[in-house]
Design a protein around this ligand. Sequence first.
Ligand SMILES: CC(C)(COP(=O)(O)OP(=O)(O)OC[C@H]1O[C@@H](n2cnc3c(N)ncnc32)[C@H](O)[C@@H]1OP(=O)(O)O)[C@@H](O)C(=O)NCCC(=O)NCCS
Length: 189
Amino acid sequence: MKSDSHEVAIIPAQQIKGRTIRLRNVAPSDAEFIVNIRTNDKKGRFISATSGDVSKQRKWLEDYLISQGQAYFLITDFDDTQLGTVRMYDQQGDSFCWGSWVVAEAAPSHCAIESALLLYTFALDLGFERAHFDVRKGNLSVIKFHERFGAERTGETEEDFLYSISKEKILSTLAKYRKYLPEKVEIIY
Ligand SMILES: CC(C)(COP(=O)(O)OP(=O)(O)OC[C@H]1O[C@@H](n2cnc3c(N)ncnc32)[C@H](O)[C@@H]1OP(=O)(O)O)[C@@H](O)C(=O)NCCC(=O)NCCS
């Protein structure tokens, strides 16, 4: 548990190990995979546009590794097969934002739920009390996903619905979906 002796802050972990997948800190060598999933016609529809230039992506990842205030994870299976990405950023007090959430079409269907549960487990371990995020208004399946998780709509912009979820809701969701997680999620900082 990181939160006892530290002021809450977004820091990366080397690995957060779940039941069938793990989140691991991204590496520059993930650039090609990330470009592929983010520029996929179907997957890229509701996320910010990404250049198809792999060397630009590699540079972005190198800059990320020396940046502060974000944690960008590759979602992989235990053999390090690349399955998707998820990122924490934009801390506002005791709330963190998450996004850059993309799962490859070939990933197993529980990958989305398990990756969200692992991210929330990690965020509580860091000491966060809530999360905030935005979802494009047309991204109906993702809106449904977050609402089933207990997120509440707090506002909107022209493009996005804004959501927030409290620690209490996160804890009850983690309990409700505990079958998707191992007894103990292993976090290596
Ligand atoms: C966002 C993303 C990672 C979510 O993953 P997903 O696989 O589409 O998520 P789903 O909502 O389909 O959930 C996966 C499975 O879990 C099930 N599920 C989801 N939430 C559930 C819940 N609360 N309880 C029970 N089952 C649930 C779904 O029914 C689905 O099962 P199925 O495959 O048998 O139909 C994925 O859609 C994606 O990569 N999208 C493109 C990028 C994007 O838009 N990102 C979001 C930016 S905000």
